[in-house]
Design a binder for this molecule. Structure first.
Ligand SMILES: [Zn+2]
Length: 149
């Protein structure tokens, strides 16, 4: 970002190529475009903001791991005991440990087996790991049990 706006020269360079490198992403532009400011910026955007266990502040997942399953990130479900959970879907949750054998019983996501997921720091219940019968997995985490870093 600093490079992009830092000097006239850089600005000139940027405008000279403004129709090309970002939109086309073509290889030919790369040689001209030393110091890829646009890339630096997107790396900045991708810098993870972690989500922590509310109980012990262990890092569970990151904002950029949020994903959509069946068209939505947030799902609200009721378990067989009448408890309501608002869960967010995450492609990965390294701080969440799956427990027990995967089960299809009462699954909230058809075609996915679930395992209980607990915090690797304090073992608090954080949500569930969902494993697709045909491959792939995600974590459904109880949003009320997570806090931002
Ligand atoms: Zn914890």
């Amino acid at each position: 970002m600093v490079r992009l706006f830092g000097s006239l020269d850089t600005n000139a360079r940027f405008s000279a190529h403004s129709e090309c490198p970002l939109l086309r992403g073509a290889e030919e532009c790369k040689s001209d475009w030393q110091a890829p400011a646009a890339n630096a910026e997107s790396i900045e955007d991708r810098k993870p903001r972690f989500l922590l266990c509310k109980t012990c502040l262990h890092r569970v997942t990151a904002e950029n791991a949020r994903t959509e399953v069946q068209g939505k990130h947030v799902h609200v479900f009721c378990n067989p005991y009448g408890l309501v959970f608002e869960i967010g879907c995450f492609g990965a949750a390294p701080g969440c440990a799956p427990l027990g054998l995967p089960s299809l019983e009462f699954t909230w996501f058809p075609g996915y087996e679930w395992q209980v997921g607990v915090c690797r720091g304090c073992r608090a219940h954080l949500g569930w790991r969902y494993i697709a019968v045909h491959g792939g997995e995600f974590y459904g985490l109880i949003l009320a049990n997570l806090v931002g870093e």
